[in-house]
Design a protein around this ligand. Structure first.
Ligand code: ADP
Ligand code: MG
Length: 333
């Protein structure tokens, strides 16, 4: 808790409700995993022996990463979820987060729901909010997440080996198809939209999978910009290539029903926002990966293999290579 002296310091604050009351009411909770949490000039954390700190930042901008009328509870969830996904992709155990938030005004109903969504997911993963920054401005949400991973055990993009199998968790394309529906580029029935919308609004970060893949996977990435773009980062970092089978990519019915159209292909190959993991593992670990899948009750699907030549070929249902135009979302293109 912040001491009362902060009330005096709040003169000249941006907000009707002062900035420090806002932080105290919506973003301050007792911390146990941190040496010092919210309230001083910096938080203090102690990394456990034998571990290194994994640090990652993801920013969500109104209009770019979410629609202006996004449900605040789900937005709070997603703001943390996309960051947890990066911890998952490193095989790191998420522990601490900071939240920098710009708000156009103080809307207490909105703040209450946003922080409830944020903390509900934080609690599920044992993550503590230990600091941040609060300012007036166009709605913008930026989390820095910190986690622990035993020295030398982090799952990197650069470890893929020719002959590795390529796996993905969950199913791909739902988030992109739900977004296409909301933007009027696709027409889904109520049931179809319901089947896809959770991936867009409430992605489930695959933290447990990331931890289970330590010592099993050779390379891992989370799919935030689309399968081909993100797998492409593994291929580039590992200096290898890939071939994948379109028909093996796990997709919901509304997505796979569109496989013969540009939209379906775009969703599954280039659609962002699914936050599933894509990883490569030696063929010898195939059974181990399936055991992890059963244990976590999470679908893991082998969709292709890493090859020694550079490039990425996607085979269609007839086994022919697809001609691909866009490979993913790029903010500057
Ligand atoms: P400073 O002026 O030193 O930058 P601030 O006044 O911005 O400090 O913040 C006061 C305390 O509140 C700090 O501990 C900071 O980390 C924390 N804080 C500010 N905004 C947030 C937020 N949105 N969520 C969590 N903690 C926050
Ligand atoms: Mg500050």
């Amino acid at each position: 808790m912040l001491p009362d002296i902060h009330v005096i310091l709040a003169i000249g604050s941006f907000f009707t409700m002062n900035e420090f009351d806002l932080i105290r009411r919506y973003f301050t909770r007792a911390t146990t995993a941190a040496v010092l949490g919210v309230g001083d000039d910096a938080a203090l954390i102690q990394v456990s022996d034998g571990n290194v700190l994994a640090v990652s930042t993801d920013m969500l901008v109104n209009g770019t990463h979410f629609l202006p009328d996004a449900d605040p509870f789900l937005l709070g969830h997603k703001t943390l979820a996309v960051n947890l996904s990066d911890m998952a992709a490193m095989g790191a155990n998420p522990r601490w987060a900071t939240l920098a938030i710009a708000l156009p005004n103080v809307n207490e109903a909105w703040l209450g729901k946003f922080s409830a969504g944020f903390f509900a997911l934080a609690d599920q993963h044992g993550v503590e909010l230990i600091g941040g920054d609060t300012t007036r401005g166009p709605l913008n949400l930026c989390v820095t997440i910190m986690g622990e991973v035993p020295h030398g055990k982090a799952l990197l993009r650069s470890g893929a080996q020719a002959g590795d199998e390529i796996w993905v968790s969950g199913r791909l394309g739902d988030a992109a198809l739900a977004l296409a529906h909301l933007q009027g580029r696709a027409v889904l029935s109520g049931t179809e939209f319901a089947a896809c919308a959770q991936a867009l609004h409430q992605p489930q970060p695959r933290v447990a999978l990331g931890l289970a893949l330590r010592g099993v996977a050779n390379s891992v990435i989370d799919i935030s910009d689309g399968l081909l773009a993100d797998l492409g980062h593994i291929l580039e970092a590992s200096e290898v290539g890939a071939q994948i089978d379109l028909m093996k990519i796990p997709a919901s019915l509304p997505v796979s029903n569109n496989f013969n159209q540009p939209l379906g292909l775009q969703c599954v190959l280039a659609g962002g926002d699914d936050y599933e993991l894509c990883f490569t593992a030696p063929v010898a670990r195939h059974a181990e990966v399936l055991r992890i899948s059963a244990k976590l009750d999470l679908r893991l699907t082998c969709i292709g293999e890493i090859v020694a030549w550079q490039g990425c070929i996607v085979h269609d249902a007839a086994g022919k290579p697809l001609k691909l135009e866009s490979s993913g979302y790029d903010h500057f293109r």
